[in-house]
Design a protein around this ligand. Structure first.
Ligand SMILES: C[S@@+](CC[C@H](N)C(=O)[O-])C[C@H]1O[C@@H](n2cnc3c(N)ncnc32)[C@H](O)[C@@H]1O
Length: 281
């Protein structure tokens, strides 16, 4: 990496919560030290470089620096992934930087196969009824941005998926017998409607400007077919949402974030989830 602007790098601090490792530190520094071929599934949403107001990280690199940085992150992810691993990269552009996710994908094309391109729909209007939430874009020339990308990147494009486990039941049950399906389930396809919970305060969103709902990493891990014991990594874990999904599925997670406050939130969310499931037996 050559053109990356200076970002303060805190010293890494590592802790264990249940089956999971939380690391406060710089993603690149930590990734470089992880062993090759060691991770089954990476689910992450890095900064999008669209000027979000994170607690410490400044989301305003030049486009060139951002693309260099994310490409280097991609190289490290490819190195540490197992050959049959999956990398689910959640990213979006903004109205003023609409090309950025696509520019990044062109760079990552040299490293990964784009096995699936999933569109995460956060809000949709069906007829006149709106479902889900979106952040309104105040503009005469842009429409609201209601979706984000989930790029499913693999090393060779041949990772078998659990399409039915992540799938949905048939609406027309006659399809099951007519088309010889063994179970009442079909592939969900590449549009995932996963709305945010309704919240009224920033605190309910953990005072973080860019989280994803737990259902999003859950869907990725289910589609990959991650089994208990599988190693899950989120190098930009924020409030630890991917680790919550991993915990609920009996998987082992590692999460990295450079922000002490977000790591504290991740720790608290994970502890609460583990305590709740301990209490319920
Ligand atoms: C889009 S957010 C991830 C949010 C997460 N998916 C969640 O649900 O909470 C990106 C995160 O990357 C973190 N970050 C930015 N630069 C980083 C770096 N160099 N190393 C590690 N984390 C970094 C930010 O603090 C932020 O929490």
């Amino acid at each position: 990496m050559t053109s990356r602007e200076a970002v303060p790098k805190p010293r890494s601090r590592r802790e264990t919560i249940g089956r999971h490792t939380l690391i406060r530190g710089d993603a690149m520094n930590v990734l470089r030290r992880l062993p090759a071929d060691s991770v089954d599934v990476v689910v992450t949403s890095p900064p999008y470089n669209i000027g979000l107001a994170y607690q410490t990280y400044r989301d305003t690199l030049s486009e060139a620096a951002y693309l260099d940085w994310m490409t280097d992150i991609g190289r490290q992810v490819a190195r540490i992934m197992k050959p049959r691993g999956s990398f689910f990269l959640n990213i979006a552009g903004s109205s003023s930087a609409p090309w950025l996710p696509f520019e990044l994908m062109v760079r990552l094309r040299a490293i990964f196969v784009l096995q699936n391109h999933i569109t995460w729909i956060k809000s949709v209007a069906i007829a006149d009824v709106t479902h889900g939430h979106f952040k309104p874009v105040n503009s005469a020339r842009y429409v609201n941005r209601n979706h984000e990308h989930v790029f499913h990147l693999t090393l060779n494009g041949d990772v078998p998926l659990q399409r039915l486990a992540a799938g949905v039941p048939f609406t027309d049950k006659s399809n099951i017998a007519r088309r010889n399906h063994a179970v009442d389930r079909r592939c969900r396809g590449d549009t995932w409607f996963i709305p945010y919970e309704t919240v009224r305060t920033k605190q309910q969103k953990f005072s973080h400007p860019g989280t994803f709902p737990v259902a999003l990493p859950t869907a990725c891990l289910t589609l990959h077919g991650a089994r208990p014991g599988a190693a899950v990594l989120d190098p930009f874990m924020g409030t630890g949402t991917t680790l919550l999904a991993a915990e609920e599925m009996g998987l082992s997670g590692m999460g990295i974030d450079c922000d002490t406050g977000y790591v504290a939130t991740a720790r608290q969310r994970l502890r609460q989830l583990i305590d709740r499931s301990d209490r319920s037996g």
